[in-house]
Design a protein. Structure first.
Length: 466
């Protein structure tokens, strides 16, 4: 062996003996592979809208402004385009995997193996290449859970507060985040009590998680309301699209015109036949975008009085037709879950939509090879939402049998189920991406259930983990 080879071997041996070396290397390989495969990142029209806001510093509340605000800083100061967001999301995801596996698996080779096995699962890996707020939300909420899980085990205050920071970023990135966020906040409260109140009474042990969850949620709700105002974001009130989506669907099902009166004045030719021509159980965009030039689309309003009338009409329609409303919502949800469909609706994107931001994507040979394998699975069980919902429903209650060791898994599973329920009530389309949080959490839940529970530090050891 040459002297240089000997020196390299001598330098690597101490690293290899470190139990963290190979799991960390596996996570770095995953991060690097995803970045190299999908660079600079896939962008839909939503992504392009957010980058446009980031570059012009002119915001609207069509989507939460936090991602565009972060993107503005990265685009102006670090690197132009989507690549910094691609890297940031990937870093959060792979670091979360590393921390979770570190808590539940002691053998380095198994941690390395499961890091790559989970991370390279097609519906997880391909989404790491897409610049969507869904991915940022899921990646950072998973990292928050991973940090709280580690803090729950090691009594680390630093990890707890880093978890709060990551959770805040994930929470503020999507409007539907309160649903999965509430169970995670309760778990954060349990971790808080274990670290900061080691001698709790039974009453305090039950009250503390609820108080911490309330403080976190109220604070983040306030931040979510204040940030658009501070940035003078234009109000577009996109939630009215879901109200109209429901009202059109209910009008068709009940054969009754259920829209507010202002629609009759502004669009007197909108009848049930035209509603039927515009409506789809797969996506609400057909109501508002000219997919068919022969049919006039609906227009949105920014008038507060009309928004109030629309809300009242929705409440009245749901109250008088609750079963039809549930039937209509189930039709959308069933498509989303991939039930009784040959093809999954909009499983992912693999391009950059046309734009004037000088952002383009040209597939490399490696990218094409990877997608050749991923595309084969896009209509398989791996991209069926019902698969993740069913297994999560089965495994989540079983964590209660493990008492304290089952606490993290139970609340993580409940977080996934809460989002599925919220999706049933509010889905604007059948896109698979709305199930991505369930896709992330299921392999973690399975691993946590079958792995040996970690050895907890006693409260007497807490002073070494400040």
């Amino acid at each position: 062996m040459s002297k240089s080879g000997l020196r390299l071997s001598t330098a690597v041996k101490p690293l290899a003996k470190n139990s963290e070396f190979f799991p960390a290397l596996a996570a770095l390989i995953g991060l690097g592979t995803a970045f190299f495969t999908f660079y600079p990142g896939y962008m839909s029209y939503d992504s392009i809208s957010q980058l446009t806001q980031a570059r012009t510093y002119v915001f609207n509340d069509h989507q939460p402004v936090i991602m565009a605000l972060i993107w503005h800083f990265l685009d102006q100061n670090i690197f132009r385009g989507p690549a910094p967001i691609l890297f940031l999301n990937g870093l959060a995801f792979w670091l979360a995997l590393f921390l979770i596996l570190k808590t539940f698996l002691t053998r380095a080779r198994w941690r390395s193996f499961f890091t790559l096995l989970i991370g390279f699962t097609p519906p997880l890996f391909v989404y790491l290449g897409i610049i969507w707020k869904d991915v940022m939300c899921g990646s950072f909420m998973l990292l928050a859970f991973a940090l709280w899980l580690s803090a729950w085990n090691t009594l680390s205050k630093t990890q707890f507060f880093l978890g709060v920071l990551c959770f805040s970023l994930g929470f503020l990135t999507r409007y539907n985040s309160p649903a999965p966020g509430l169970p995670l906040c309760i778990f954060a409260g349990i971790v808080f009590g274990r670290i900061f109140q080691p001698t709790q009474s039974s009453f305090q042990r039950h009250l503390t998680p609820l108080l911490v969850a309330m403080v976190l949620l109220v604070s983040l709700f306030g931040a979510g309301q204040a940030l658009p105002r501070l940035l003078h974001a234009e109000k577009v009130r996109m939630w009215q699209t879901i109200l109209l989506y429901d009202l059109i669907g209910l009008s068709i099902e009940s054969q009754t015109y259920l829209l507010p009166d202002y629609f009759k004045k502004e669009d007197p030719q909108l009848d049930l036949a035209r509603m039927q021509a515009l409506y789809s159980h797969e996506v609400l965009d057909t109501l508002f975008h000219p997919y068919n030039s022969d049919i006039k689309n609906l227009t949105l309003t920014r008038d507060d009085a009309k928004i109030a009338a629309l809300t009242q009409s929705w409440l009245a329609a749901v109250f008088h037709h609750p079963l039809l409303h549930l039937k209509n919502r189930w039709a959308i949800f069933k498509n989303h879950l991939g039930i009784a469909r040959h093809q999954v609706w909009y499983p992912y994107i693999r391009t950059v939509e046309p734009n004037d931001l000088d952002v383009h994507f040209t597939p490399s040979r490696w990218n094409s090879w990877v997608h050749g394998r991923i595309d084969r699975s896009k209509n398989s069980l791996l991209f069926r939402g019902w698969f993740y919902l069913l297994l999560t429903l089965l495994i989540t209650p079983l964590f209660l049998l493990r008492r304290r060791a089952g606490i993290p898994g139970f609340w993580l599973g409940l977080s996934s189920l809460a989002l599925f329920l919220f999706n049933f009530l509010t889905l604007p389309s059948s896109d698979f991406r709305y199930a991505w949080w369930g896709v992330i959490t299921l392999p973690i839940l399975i691993l946590m259930f079958f792995a040996k529970p970690p050895t907890f530090l006693s409260q007497g050891d807490r002073e070494v983990n400040l």
